[in-house]
Design a protein around this ligand. Structure first.
Ligand code: FAD
Ligand code: DHB
Length: 396
């Protein structure tokens, strides 16, 4: 079967779904092709912190109602080190806050909106191929329920994540990767436990990094630094709780509440940027083009920022016949991407202990946190990056 559309979107993660919805609201047609099942995509547990601008974009996309009801506004964050817990007050420093709302809830809301729009979204597509993007006739081929399909389109949006097919379809000479791997991973859990702090706690300890976060008034989300090759069965629940206590507990007696652990996973860490983000009629967005280590909570927010730019560029093209924003897409996104890379790298190196680190490095990290939490200038810099750099500032 041949399907004709304006924009073929590969991947139904936050980037692909949000793009489809923003285009739909402007009357631009799209077809989304996803290789996993609907249940898998909705249940995949990942990020949780939405920048101010991402929340605004969800509203612009008409999917902000449940986010408003159930999202948890966070006006600040704690940094814990050397037995102390020191607060950075985002609202006071920048007038902005972030919102804690699980990525899987974002995806659930966007899939519902897609179904309501009546526009096609194919789950469990196999053999997805991205073709002809350097010609005037781009196509996406895929198999679905034993039938071979071809989408004939004007543009392809590669929103298929780090391991997707879009970036892998580029000729080697057409792009360049900038990359850094870390000898670190995060073990993340969800537990049925009431959060013992109203705000997140990022902690540096001699035993490594730990992070206290949450999903709801009854669910705590926690992470601890581990080695990338560590098997999950090396971490029985009791060991996870003991390790979290010893890394997170502060001298004022604060520590996380315990409860039944109902989800566990280990995620490796890398920094990665593919340049450029446009190849003829193929546009990469989100994790397909870049990965950040999770410490700055930027991955999902960067994906949303790319899609905001891409939707604006497609609208200018289809509604006003203007190609300027499409031409500027890669450079516009990369400027924000590199700032987020810088911030995520800085947060990661300030808060983790690498195998090659010495006692000197630990004391230097403590001094950095001490400085950060006592200097209004340093706190403001952290707060403006964490809550999200303004779009207009980046274009100036
Ligand atoms: P994705 O969410 O990866 O979506 C891409 C979609 O494309 C997926 O649904 C995938 O199934 C689909 N796809 C892949 N290949 C194909 C194909 N060939 N054909 C069709 N579809 C395809 N960020 C944070 O800020 N904090 C965190 O704690 C955090 N934890 C993470 C944990 C994990 C395990 C991972 C992988 C990422 C994590 N991130 C985190 C990063 C954040 O989740 C991503 O930045 C975000 O998901 C990016 O959205 P995306 O839509 O670009 O990509
Ligand atoms: C969460 C994830 C992050 O990467 C982060 O920096 C803060 C919070 C979370 O999943 O809640």
């Amino acid at each position: 079967m041949t399907i004709r559309t304006q924009v073929a979107i590969v991947g139904a993660g936050p980037a692909g779904l949000l793009l489809g919805q923003l285009l739909h609201l402007r009357g631009i047609d799209s077809v989304i092709v996803e290789n996993r099942s609907r249940e898998y995509v909705i249940e995949r547990v990942r990020a949780g912190v939405l920048e101010h601008g991402t929340v605004e974009l969800m509203h612009e996309a008409g999917v902000g109602a449940r986010l408003d009801r159930e999202g948890l506004p966070h006006r600040g964050v704690y940094l814990a080190f050397d037995g102390q817990r020191r607060r950075i007050d985002f609202e006071e420093l920048t007038g902005r806050h972030v919102t804690v709302y699980g990525q899987n809830e974002v995806v659930r809301d966007l899939i519902e909106a897609r179904s309501a729009s009546g526009r096609p979204l194919y789950f469990e597509a196999t053999d997805v191929r991205v073709l002809g993007f350097n010609t005037g006739r781009p196509t996406v081929e895929f198999r679905h329920h034993d039938a071979t399909n071809e989408i004939a389109c004007d543009f392809i949006a590669g929103c298929d994540g780090f391991r997707g097919v879009s970036r892998q379809s580029l000729p080697a000479a057409a792009w360049r990767a900038y990359e850094r791997e870390y000898p670190l991973a995060w073990l993340g859990i969800l537990a049925h436990a009431a959060p013992s702090s109203e705000e997140l706690v990022y902690s540096l300890s001699e035993r490594g990094f730990a992070l206290f976060s949450m999903r709801s008034p009854r669910v705590t989300r926690l992470y601890l630094q581990c080695a990338p090759d560590e098997p999950m069965d090396a971490w029985p629940d009791e060991r996870i709780w003991n390790e979290l206590d010893s890394r997170l507990a502060t001298d004022d007696g604060w520590k996380p509440n315990r409860g039944e652990i109902f989800q566990k996973g280990i995620t490796g860490m890398r920094s990665f940027v593919a340049e450029p983000m446009r190849h003829g009629r193929l546009f990469l967005a989100g994790d397909a083009a870049h990965i950040v280590p999770p410490t700055g909570a930027k991955g999902l927010n960067l994906a949303a920022a790319d899609v905001r730019t891409l939707a604006g560029a497609f609208c200018a093209w289809y509604l006003d016949g203007c190609a300027r924003l499409l031409e500027a897409y890669s450079a516009t996104c990369l400027r924000r991407v590199w700032r987020a890379q810088r911030f995520s790298f800085w947060m990661t190196s300030m808060l983790h202990r690498s195998p090659s680190d010495t006692d000197f490095d630990y004391r230097r990290q403590v001094a950095e946190l001490d400085y950060l939490t006592h200097s209004r200038a340093a706190m403001t810099s952290m707060a403006e990056n964490y809550t999200g750099l303004p779009f207009e500032g980046l274009n100036a």
